[in-house]
Write a protein that binds this ligand. Sequence first.
Ligand SMILES: [Fe+2]
Length: 387
Amino acid sequence: MVASSIRLPRALRLGAGAVDTIPELLTEVGSRRPLIVTDTFLVGTGLIDRIVEALTAAGSEPAVFSGVVPDPTTDSLVPGVEAVHAHAADALIGIGGGSPIDTAKALAVLGATGEKMTEFKAPRVYGGPALPVIAVPTTAGSGSEATQFTIITDSVSDEKMLCIGPSFLPTAAVVDYELTLSMPARLTADTGIDALTHAVEAYVSRKANPFSDELALSAIRAISANLRAAYEDGSNRAAREAMMLASARAGMAFSNSSVALVHGMSRPIGAHFHVAHGLSNAMLFPAVTAFSIPGSPKRYADCARAYGIADDRTPDSVAAFALVDALERLCREVAVPTPRDYGIDPTRWEELVPLMARQAIASGSPANNPLVPSVDQIEQLYRKIFD
Ligand SMILES: [Fe+2]
């Protein structure tokens, strides 16, 4: 038995109104000059003004960097690092979906070290200097508020780099489901499936441990019971709250275990074809699960039981494949397209399959899969899911 190493944010603030506790958290981390890292969409909603006012009233001197792009790149970090230095920021507040939070985590490290992002690419594990980060998710999916990872695309190679280490873990996470009430249905579905993928992959991963297992199974239970309700009626507060908490638990689960083949194959699709992260996961999830089951039928059967589509009397082999059926059903119900239906050119897809397969392997995530695939098998999976 190898001892498990668990890392979590130092503080969590959960529930309606948690966003109002950001000034207290800043005091806890000793910050007076925070830089809010977000995107122009969130500035337009008025949320950022509300937080700036609250911080100013509490005696802080906040500034706002709203230049976050979806799927942040090394180029997109450059003006962010300038903003950190120009404001002499002593903490970062990442507000938004996975992209603003991942950007804030990257800026916290770059602002404190002066190094380049490419130097932090996995397998390096970074635990050195970083500014404190308060992560405030406005979607229920990435789990980034609770993970020791950030994903940044190399602008030169288009590769989505996984960067790992305790210095990428937010100091505090503010998990306030009221911030998700206005999410449109498509985003609710894509981010919710991302969270489900985190939970299942954390549980089946070769790096799973008893602590991550409990978080993962409870997240699977909650997402199964609430994702459709949140998708169909975004104002369903109970479903939104359950999804938000499940997303954070799934984040903690995979941060302390790992993701696996779905994420390994999903990142190159996102990088080359600009498919939203949760959606590219969803395109892969049923087929990759079916492929991976022989590596650990028992683990997938446990996921099926947590999902509520099998019980203790169901044999593992039957339960595991029931999970594939359930994932296919879920993808249909929330209208997940195939890559072809999404509008990706089949010739371009075929051209990029070998490169995507190599990049998937290089990310390290497939090595955590219960069934470790060859490059050929990954190429076959990419071809299989296209239609
Ligand atoms: Fe993800």
